[in-house]
Design a binder for this molecule. Structure first.
Ligand code: NAD
Length: 365
């Protein structure tokens, strides 16, 4: 079975170059191909710049030249595929283009080579469904840039072989990535569905005059996002409420159901589902170690706060612990509004607040 050997990256744009950094940093050779000669010419400089930035932050374990030396460019697809054990396709998000490219890859690559697409939304079924070698095709969707956001969604089609999935997971782990199995080819996979849920609500709140754009970003940057950078939303619900996630669902489920219904969404947290989630969650966050895990979460937040104080965060110039302005950038608008949605919504919001049960302990994570 092919395991060692170079990775071929096909398409040398933002994600292609970033994948090359991931692979080379992990000690493997990587070959990039792009039909645009200008892109290929830019690769060595772009890789070096990224590696130098990682070094400046103490995140590269070897000299830049050693890591950069593992990256090669190839003028043809056939050249890039020679000896490759895994192909990571990073061409533009266009169905016809990816279909054609996968047909070429399937023809050129040796039988056991995995063909993975970085596609953000197109599924493997639509890209590779008609190919003789479709069993070795799947989507591996990274965050951007993958050398800083290690999660990679592994999204097989129903026809993808179990061996392909297993080999891909092993390689990703070896590259220092965190593979996440997405069992069904849902649009947006998981990363963009979660991101989309938050962004949809953020747009709606801004549209309805509830909050300014800057304040939405502040709530996420200094609140939700901070917590989510050390634990996920399920762990948050578990550790924010005495009694864990089941107590949280009991106290807050109705309020969240109303908020969802307001947006036409009717996905209640039924008790059976909550039990299932709690069972799985307690496998890695045992309830008997709740106090200890809360303390660990807080320790992680403190370490994070120390690191954050050392960096210049984009968009954080006018606010933050040392620079909170306290002003509401919507106030001008509020003054101008007389009979508008913002005014009506203020009433609606007050009504909603009256209806919301206030939890006696823990509360809304
Ligand atoms: N940018 C992101 O945030 C992000 C995140 C995750 C996944 N992705 C996915 O990664 C893929 C690449 O995105 P990107 O942002 O790097 O795009 P990009 O436009 O920066 O790069 C695409 C590259 O593909 C090249 N290309 C064009 N035709 C090609 C072909 N036939 N064969 C090989 N290469 C070809 C282009 O010359 C270009 O250099 C897309 O599917 C995208 O959805 C992007």
């Amino acid at each position: 079975m092919l395991t060692d050997g170079p990775v071929a990256v096909v398409g040398a744009g933002s994600i292609g170059v970033a994948w090359a950094v991931v692979v080379a940093r992990a000690g493997r050779p990587v070959v990039l191909h792009d039909p645009d000669p200008a892109r290929l010419a830019a690769v060595p400089g772009e890789v070096r710049t990224r590696l130098e930035a990682l070094t400046a932050h103490g995140l590269l374990g070897e000299p830049v030249a050693t890591v950069a030396g593992r990256v090669r460019t190839a003028p043809t697809l056939a050249d890039a595929l020679g000896g490759a054990v895994h192909v990571q396709e990073c061409a533009p998000e266009q169905l016809g283009l990816k279909q054609q490219l996968f047909a070429q890859l399937d023809e050129l690559a040796e039988e056991e080579v995995v063909l993975a697409s970085s596609s953000s939304a197109l599924t493997c079924s639509t890209i590779a469904g008609g190919l003789p070698g479709r069993g070795r095709c799947l989507v591996v969707h990274p965050g951007n840039p993958p050398y800083l956001l290690p999660v990679a969604e592994v999204v097989p089609a129903p026809f993808t072989s179990a061996g392909t999935v297993a080999r891909t997971r092993r390689l990703l782990e070896e590259l220092g990535m965190t593979p996440v199995h997405v069992a069904v080819e849902v649009e947006g996979f998981v990363f963009n569905r979660l991101q989309g849920a938050l962004l949809r609500e953020a747009y709606a709140l801004v549209r309805d005059g509830v909050v300014s754009v800057a304040d939405v970003d502040r709530v996420v940057r200094d609140g939700l996002g901070r917590r989510w950078s050390v634990i996920g939303p399920f762990a948050t619900a578990e550790l924010n409420t005495r009694g864990g996630i089941e107590a949280h669902a009991e106290r807050m489920g109705e309020a969240y159901a109303r908020m969802g219904a307001e947006r036409g969404q009717r996905d209640r947290w039924e008790p059976e589902l909550v039990h299932r989630v709690a069972d799985e969650l307690h496998g890695f966050l045992p309830p008997e170690r709740w106090e200890e895990n809360v303390a660990r979460r807080d320790a992680a937040l403190m370490a994070l706060e120390r690191a954050r104080r050392a960096v210049d965060l984009p968009g954080a110039d006018r606010t933050g612990p040392a620079g909170t302005t306290g002003e509401c950038s919507l106030c001008d608008q509020h003054d101008r509004l007389t009979n508008t949605s913002a005014v009506r919504l203020a009433g609606a919001t007050a009504g909603a607040t009256r209806r919301s049960p206030v939890p006696d302990a823990g509360g809304d994570p």
